[in-house]
Design a protein around this ligand. Sequence first.
Ligand SMILES: [Zn+2]
Length: 343
Amino acid sequence: MRDLAKLPKAHLHLHFTGSMRVATLRDLAAQYEVRLPSALTDDDPLRVPADERGWFRFQRLYDAARACVRSEADMRRLVDEAAQDDAAEGSGRLEIQVDPTSYAPFVGGITPAVEIVLDAARTASAAHGTEVAVVVAASRTRHPLDARTLARLAARYAGEGPGEVVGFGLSNDERRGDTDEFAAAFRIARRAGLASVPHGGELLGPAHVRQVVDALAPDRLGHGVRAGEDPALLGALVDGGVALEVCPASNVGLGVYPDVADVPLRALVDAGAQVALGADDPLLFGSRLGAQYRAARDAHGFTDAELADLARASVRASRASDDTRARLLADVDAWLAAPDPDA
Ligand SMILES: [Zn+2]
């Protein structure tokens, strides 16, 4: 069994606030004299009986963490540490997702908030060797016109390299908002060449995924795991080349599946889906990117060759340049070609 931390991969589903280290959260809370819910500084904040998991607990803790990020320096620190942690786990390409709205009040507006994240992403890419690009995400809990404003802003920074915006997302509780009302924002983003990467198919099932597909024309679905409940839908996603950003720890943390072994990772891959594993919110779900690959190995029996295929899928589903993709894919081949230390 080869070292999964050395397997080159792309990380396509990581939220800015949720990427925060627990130690950093403690520092910031102390600095701003914020009293954190004790669960947030536990090793596993969502370790509660399965019937007490779920979105509302998650959202409350997430909001508490977000309230500790109050300055440009804090924002830069989060991006830098996310890149450093990704680099340590073999990620050669991180597409980090941020809704600048929450941080705008502290830095003079949504434009500076985006500029800070992009600049920090460029700096972190150079410092740690993991390319950090950005997905700007609108929230389902806000007015669809806010989403359009964000899409126009994101479009101004469209690109593929470090410190550029590569995609436009839609996050927060899948059950909130009317998906169709966000279609205009996604049209703006797609016209600018941005990938459409909305969340869908985690908390809600196939009917909602169909809505997201019809209204937002995703290139990748944030999660999408529950599309597997409808083979015809999953087949359409496979045929349409829609990649799935599967985040096993998130699924378990939110009570979608009782255990990581219940996440239908094997079924999705067997159906031909292009799956990119992601950590979503390590701060709350208690594990980073590497742990998702270890779960594929330990709970789902993926061989090294199959794990290399997962890594290749993540690279192919990224918005990295052709050069970066070719380099990472060659590095995956080299990882697999090296002798298995246990053989
Ligand atoms: Zn997410």
